[in-house]
Design a protein around this ligand. Structure first.
Ligand code: BDR
Ligand code: CA
Length: 306
């Protein structure tokens, strides 16, 4: 299986990309999107990561804004540059001269039935690719999405999770597209907090990648402590990467219909999970409700400290 990682790095996106690539996932492209921080930073950060990983994975810049609403960012969590305002040097590499949306479409045709997408940012690029060429919905094998909530307990609004709330219309297009979805919602990722003790191994590594990750992740440790009262770090996108790498990591899941609420005020951006099968709709998603936290921690620590 070939993979595209569609992403808005982002500290937890960095953990996901590092772990996906170091664990041998066949990543043919990284496509960037607005989200945690503006596109110029998410693209810069993706390029920086490929340099730290010493890989030539091409990076394609994508969409700067959501489809309809004004951009939302998560600077209070990831810093204004997405990497904890750590003043990292500019990357030497440049993004490819092709738009992310076009690269997604091209890859879906090139690797029909053999392409999956790990989507760990707002879903604007994926929605636009579907809108531009609907035939890709029969060619993309699976979308592994970090986004939404399983039980309406949001992290950005009362019921809304950041990636869905940052572009609900895009999310609605993607969820109604017919491409099979594996959904890793916010509440599940908080069960998979990486314990503070795991950081000892990362600290003892002398690699530039490990040291850079420790520097940029400091604010997220602080956020985990302040908002969730947990010691350690919640790395939402890493959980989705873990599920993409090893689907057996999921210990509890439900296969059902998930709809995205785009109207309303309180519930805009809600992912409505049809547990009791009220909708009469065909299942479109497998919602991961729990994962093997120890397995995920081991995978991540090995990837980042190597
Ligand atoms: C998601 O939102 C972003 O802030 C993170 O990178 C992650 O993709 C968590 O809700
Ligand atoms: Ca992200």
């Amino acid at each position: 299986m070939k993979w595209i990682i569609d992403t808005d790095p982002g500290i937890d996106d960095a953990a996901a990309i590092i772990t996906a690539i170091r664990s041998g996932l066949d990543v043919i492209a990284i496509t960037t999107v607005h989200g945690n921080t503006p596109l110029k930073f998410t693209t810069r950060n993706a390029l920086l990561l490929t340099e730290l990983l010493d890989v030539s994975t091409p990076v394609y810049a994508g969409t700067e804004r959501p489809l309809l609403q004004r951009p939302l960012d998560a600077a209070q969590v990831h810093g204004s540059d997405g990497f904890g305002d750590a003043n990292l040097p500019a990357p030497r590499r440049q993004p490819e001269p092709v738009h992310a949306v076009d690269r997604i479409i091209e890859a879906a045709h090139q690797h029909s039935g053999q392409l999956s997408i790990l989507a760990i940012g707002p879903l604007t690029n994926v929605a636009l690719a579907i809108a531009k060429d609907r035939s890709i919905t029969a060619k993309v094998s699976r979308l592994v999405i970090m986004g939404g909530t399983s039980h309406a307990q949001g992290n950005t609004s009362i019921v809304g999770e950041f990636n869905v709330l940052a572009d609900p219309e895009a999310a609605a297009i993607v969820f109604e597209s017919g491409i099979p979805i594996t959904l890793v919602p916010w509440e599940t990722t908080t069960k998979a907090v990486i314990p503070a003790a795991a950081f000892a191994a990362i600290r003892s590594s002398s690699s530039r990648l490990a040291q850079t990750f420790l520097t940029i992740s400091e604010p997220l440790c602080e956020t985990t402590r302040r908002f969730l009262g947990m010691e350690g770090i919640v790395l939402c996108d890493l959980v989705a990467a873990g599920v993409a790498i090893d689907p057996a990591m999921v210990t509890e899941q439900v296969h059902t219909y998930v709809g995205v609420e785009t109207a309303g005020t309180l519930a805009r951006g809600l992912t409505a999970v049809d547990y009791a099968r009220h909708s009469g709709r065909q299942p479109n998603a497998t919602v991961c409700l729990d994962v093997d936290r120890d397995k995920l921690t081991a995978l991540f620590v090995q990837a980042v400290s190597a």
